[in-house]
Each structure stands twice: as structure tokens, then as C-alpha cells.
Design a protein around this ligand. Structure first.
Ligand SMILES: [Zn+2]
Length: 291
């Protein structure tokens, strides 16, 4: 699932293809849970609007339009936001992928999973939103309209302070990792970066939040920022279906120290990394370096 760094990389790379352009035509697939705003309404209201800005809030992207309305986009589990012409094997179905030699990776042609297609008055490349599993979201917020989803978001993971995390952890019995994944506490975190930050801070994922000290909360907030900034710098983690808007691969998956490394030696002490299941999700940690 794309986490804050992947969404931020998407924002930076898609921004030049959205901001300053005027929408001419919008094509969608049929109504589904993917569209929080009925697709017919998007097709009617978006043409003629110009995109003024593209912001990120947690894992949401928010395009500001010239009439004060805003287009909210969430990549969900498998969402891909890119420009036509991007080339990446991850834009193909698993079957199509398996049938291809690496040198035969064709340019992407919109398929049945491409739920939103934005065409612009300048006749340049359209912007496409593809999502195989459809857990992504599209919503048009009218001028001044608030979003319940945005209102519920906690502090952005890049702005998280140790003291605020410590306050949020007071009296909480739940595992510290589950607290970090709670978007109403820390917006933008997900499984990969929570595991990595906990490793750097030396805190076990399962420790009850209320037992994490103030100093450890400082270390955790700092580690979270560090791993996320580093991931943004390397283009994010290219895992499962995530693809940067230009089809480029990220490099962060090569730098992970614990996530998805069960059984491999800890980079700090050599002890095999352990994998446990916590709140129905996997967690990875070093039983020696993390307490
Ligand atoms: Zn270790």
C-alpha cells in the first residue's frame, strides 16, 4: 500500500502535469465505491476548470481548482496515478506481465482498470488514475466544502513531534505500532515505515504504547521523519503495484532494514529478523536490538 513517501513522490512528479492545465474532458468507468462523488457529476463539473495547486495531506492528494473546489484523490492499496505514455511493467496485469520478456515492456494503454482519465485543453498527455482493486477514492469537494476524511487526520508523519506522540500514547494499552498506524494520530504512516522507524528507535512493535518513554517517542518521531525523507529522496518503495507517475521505479526497497526481511540477519547485530502478526498485519523487528 502506498504510504506517505510514495504519495509525496507521486505528488511531486504528477504536479507539473496537473497544475496550470485546464480540463477539457473527463472519462470515467461506471459508478462504484471508488467514486465518492458520482462519476457523472465529475464528468459534468470538472471540464473547464483549471488546476491551481496539488497538496498532500497524509496519504491523500488534494488538487485545488480555480473555482475554489477541490479534487480529493486517494491511491488506496493499488492505485496508480500517472501520465499517458508512462512505461512500467507494474502497469500491466500479472498475467500480461508474466507473458512478457523484460525488454518488451510496452507503453501503457488505458484499460478497464483505468477509472479516471483527465484530458486537457492543451492537448498534452492526459492524466490517468488506474486501480485494479478499487480501494482508491475520488471525491470532488465544492467551494468551502469540508471533508470528513481530511478532518479526521492526525498530525502529518513528517511534522510529528516526540512530545505529541508521547501525549497520544498516554494511557493507551494498544501496541505502539498500532498507534503509529492510526491515521487519526499520525497521518501518512503505513506498515513499512512504521517497522523501519521502530527498528531505528529500538522499540518493539508490540510494546504497549503507554510503556514507551518520552525519550523513545522523541527517537520514534525523529526516525519516522528520517526514513520517510530518505524514501522520498530515493523515489519511494517500489512494491506491489506502486508506480511513480512517470513509470520510474523507486529505490527505497533496497534500503529497508527489517520490513519483509524475516529470517535475514539484523544489520545491527546479526540476529535473525523476526516476523509477527499484529492487528492482522505483519510486523518485523530484531528481538535483540528492539525492547
Ligand atoms: Zn539486531
Amino acid at each position: 500500500m502506498p504510504e506517505l513517501p510514495e504519495v509525496e513522490v507521486t505528488r511531486r512528479r504528477i504536479e507539473p502535469w496537473l497544475v496550470g492545465r485546464r480540463l477539457l474532458r473527463v472519462e470515467t468507468t461506471g459508478p462504484s465505491y471508488f467514486f465518492l462523488t458520482p462519476p457523472a457529476r465529475l464528468r459534468r463539473l470538472l471540464p473547464g476548470r483549471s488546476v491551481r495547486s496539488l497538496e498532500r495531506r497524509g496519504k491523500y492528494l488534494l488538487a485545488g481548482l480555480d473555482d475554489g473546489s477541490r479534487l480529493l484523490l486517494h491511491l488506496g492499496m493499488t492505485g496508480q496515478l500517472f501520465t499517458a505514455g508512462a512505461a512500467s511493467v507494474r502497469l500491466l496485469s500479472a498475467a500480461a506481465r508474466a507473458a512478457l520478456a523484460p525488454e518488451e515492456q510496452p507503453r501503457f494503454a488505458p484499460d478497464a482498470h483505468t477509472h479516471l482519465r483527465l484530458f486537457f485543453a492543451d492537448e498534452g498527455p492526459p492524466v490517468l488514475f488506474r486501480d485494479v482493486r478499487k480501494f482508491g477514492k475520488v471525491q470532488l469537494l465544492g467551494p468551502g466544502e469540508e471533508s470528513e476524511r481530511l478532518r479526521r487526520l492526525g498530525t502529518d508523519a513528517l511534522a510529528l513531534g516526540g512530545e505529541a506522540l508521547f501525549e497520544a500514547a498516554r494511557g493507551r494499552k494498544l501496541a505502539i505500532k498500532s498507534l503509529l498506524l492510526d491515521q487519526s494520530v499520525v497521518a501518512g504512516t503505513g506498515n513499512i515505515y512504521a517497522d523501519e522507524a521502530l527498528f531505528l528507535a529500538g522499540v518493539r512493535p508490540r510494546r504497549p504504547a503507554r510503556r514507551v518513554t518520552r525519550a523513545e517517542c522523541e527517537a520514534l518521531a525523529e526516525a519516522m521523519r528520517r526514513v520517510m525523507l530518505r524514501s522520498i529522496e530515493t523515489g519511494g518503495s517500489s512494491i506491489s503495484d506502486y508506480v511513480a507517475p512517470d513509470g520510474a521505479d523507486g529505490g527505497y526497497q533496497d534500503e529497508r532494514q527489517v520490513y519483509a526481511r524475516a529470517g535475514a540477519p539484523c544489520p545491527g547485530c546479526g540476529t535473525p529478523i523476526r516476523r509477527i502478526v499484529l492487528g492482522q498485519r505483519s510486523a518485523h523487528y530484531c528481538p535483540r536490538c528492539q525492547r
